[in-house]
Design a protein around this ligand. Structure first.
Ligand code: SAH
Ligand code: SF4
Length: 357
């Protein structure tokens, strides 16, 4: 979002002018206050507007009952920036997958993952993804465009409203590569933290690694969690799985991760999809451990979730355990993350936008 996008527009109820207003979602309370004042309303209406957009989930400004009736009528055309629900499916484990339709008709996926004390939302940052990872359904489906800040925040509010429960965690692990859309992702992180009220440490950005972008992110000194999708223990193997990794050697990626830890004081977590016979051998675990020695990190192993385009296999649980054991012997903190939502095609890597449109 630009410096203060709301202040330069609408000063009359002329509907043509109102159409030029950018969606309000993603705006700070100060920006909303400036906007209402510009229209001759008292400053406190900015706080009310903020509350109705972020807490009450209003979808049309006409419905803000605390606003004067004649002003509400004028505001009818002002877009808040909410999506519409296109499709919803619930997996037996309670994970809910949503297909959301955006203002331009594009469809994105969002997943709500409930657990004992948490409600986690897995958000998309792009429509599709240009990175083309060989094991990922999103990567196989091509790329359309970046999401705007309001389209990211909307996903979290949609899940919150559907579950009637406050969202505690957000992970940028849906469709798309967040660090190809850094400005909008940063704006949405700010809004999720300050407007929606989710703690910075409960916001996780997952990236496959784009040269210089991890360092740029570190310069913001956010207390968010960074997850880096590694998936391979050497450059040759990584290039095979992630074609876009070719110009960005593993050594350079890891060097940027080390800088991230130094600059932010936060550890980095590494994601590693386990593919039977490809990257799951004890020698891979040993090689991985050697790369990760000496800086604060944590490895999340994700047993592969099948997609129809390729015939990778998920390793047996013995093989997974053997991989874990090698990492543990090497003093690497490790956990195995079995994805939720497999039955709803909502698990990691299974998200694709072109179904059921
Ligand atoms: N583009 C970012 C974020 C979205 S992908 C990234 O790649 O990090 C989120 C996670 O899902 C990544 O760790 C990714 O590697 C994983 N993933 C992709 N395809 C998968 C599959 N078929 N099975 C299991 N995990 C997968
Ligand atoms: Fe894009 Fe991440 Fe899928 Fe790779 S794993 S294609 S970076 S969404």
């Amino acid at each position: 979002m630009s410096a203060n996008p709301l202040v330069s527009q609408v000063d009359s109820p002329n509907p043509e002018k109102l159409e030029l207003v950018p969606p309000l979602l993603g705006a700070t309370v100060a920006e909303l206050t400036a906007w209402v004042q510009q229209q001759g309303q008292p400053a406190y209406r900015g706080k009310q507007l903020h509350d109705w957009i972020y807490n009450k989930g209003v979808r049309s400004l006409c419905d803000i009952s605390v606003f004067p009736k004649n002003w509400r009528a004028e505001l009818a055309q002002v877009p808040i920036g909410r999506s519409t629900l296109h499709y919803r499916s619930v997996a037996p484990d309670g994970t809910v997958k949503y297909l959301l339709r955006l203002a331009d008709g594009q469809i994105i996926e969002t997943v709500g993952i409930p657990s004992a004390k948490r409600l986690t939302v897995c958000v998309s940052s792009q429509v599709g993804c240009p990175m083309g990872c060989d094991f990922c359904a999103t990567g196989k489906g091509g790329y359309q465009r970046n999401l705007d800040c309001h389209e990211i925040v909307d996903q979290v509010l949609t899940v919150q409203e559907d579950f009637q429960q406050r969202v505690s965690h957000v992970v940028f692990m849906g469709m798309g590569e967040p660090l190809l859309n850094t400005d909008n992702v940063l704006a949405s992180l700010r809004s999720l933290n300050q407007d929606v009220g989710i703690g910075a440490r409960s916001l996780t950005v997952s990236t496959v690694g784009i040269r210089s972008r991890i360092r740029q992110l570190a310069e913001h000194h956010l207390q968010i969690t960074l997850a880096v999708s590694l998936h391979a223990s050497n450059q040759a193997l990584r290039e095979r799985l992630i074609p876009s990794a070719r110009p960005y050697p593993l050594e350079n990626l890891l060097a940027e991760c080390r800088e991230y830890v130094q600059m932010t004081g936060r550890r980095v977590s590494f994601e590693y999809v386990l593919l039977a016979g490809v990257n799951d051998l004890p020698k891979h675990a040993l090689e991985l451990a050697q790369h990760l020695r000496g800086f604060q990190n944590h490895v999340n192993l994700i047993p592969y979730n099948p997609i129809k385009e390729v015939d990778y296999k998920r390793p047996s649980s013995d093989r997974i355990q053997a991989f874990v054991n090698v990492l543990k012997q090497q003093q690497i903190a490790v956990s195995v993350r079995y994805s939720r939502g497999l039955e709803a095609d909502a698990a990691c890597g299974q998200l694709r936008a072109n179904e059921r449109q």
